[in-house]
Write a protein that binds this ligand. Sequence first.
Ligand SMILES: Cc1ncc(C[n+]2csc(CCOP(=O)(O)OP(=O)(O)O)c2C)c(N)n1
Ligand code: SF4
Ligand SMILES: [Mg+2]
Length: 304
Amino acid sequence: MNDDFIKSLKDMPSAHLLGAGVAMCAGCGGLQALKEVYDVLGKNTVFVNAAGCLTLLAIYPFTPFRGSWLYTAMASAPAGAQGVRDALDILIEKKRMPPEEDLDVVVLTGDGAAYGMGLSATSGAIDRGLDFLYLCYDNEGFANTGQQYSAATPHGARTATSAGRQGYPGYKKDLFDIWAANRPSYVATAIAAEPLDFARKVSKAKEMKGPRLVIALAPCPPGWIFDPSQGPEIGRLAVRTGAWPLKEYVDGKVTHTHIPHPRIPVEEYLKLQGRFDHLFRPKRNEAMLADIQARIDAYWAGVA
Ligand SMILES: Cc1ncc(C[n+]2csc(CCOP(=O)(O)OP(=O)(O)O)c2C)c(N)n1
Ligand code: SF4
Ligand SMILES: [Mg+2]
């Protein structure tokens, strides 16, 4: 990278964040989610980022962000956020920083950290009532290291560690419910392909205090195996098939912010992704397709 290019990164406004993903894949759903969050939060933000694909945005000493960036180990981002929040509070209390210059502390991790390795640190942060927003970009695998399965991988998906006709034998963990059970201030699901819903949720979370989570499903072209141009369509299909319910939790109550109607068959979503190719070719795996559809139907049957 030459000096002029690095300087151009430094001078970039936030609106060019997508273009700044020089080390990222075209059509990265995680990067799109981060851009939509950053457009709402703005520069008074410190990101506390656990190892994952979006770590590639921190090209020391520059990032495309106007705010700050702290890099942590995979399991430790909420603990890092505690340190940053404490430091900001002490600076304000000692009048070494005016309150109007306070920063939003945002944990930014993938699903591998959020659903698995970082859950213990997350639980402690929620118990302490830490004032932070957690953005999980959920690409349903350890994408940065070659899409091994994570606790967020959906049933039947092929990953680097789940090959064969059955794909991943487990079921996606319900991080929304795990957080909600801890009674935090706010929990929401979102997706970049539904930008108004996403922006409204981030704006709402920004106005709150305490532990807040937004989980953004993040279609990943190389991990999910699709052409980058199909990312927005796959994102919309995740919602229209009911595979990715858009909802939020506030004050003990869960509200769906969009109820797909009519709900279209989940295979319309699955068949666009190479990671589910084995369910359609060389022969349709009717039993597994029916199982995946039945679980989605059962979920929506329980939505009032
Ligand atoms: C304790 C630990 N184990 C393994 C790694 C190697 N590693 C770096 S990024 C990554 C994948 C993280 O997955 P996720 O949190 O979903 O983020 P993504 O890569 O999908 O963006 C792994 C396994 C690590 N950094 N730390
Ligand atoms: S592997 Fe997936 S999550 Fe990682 S940069 Fe590429 S598209 Fe984004
Ligand atoms: Mg991931």
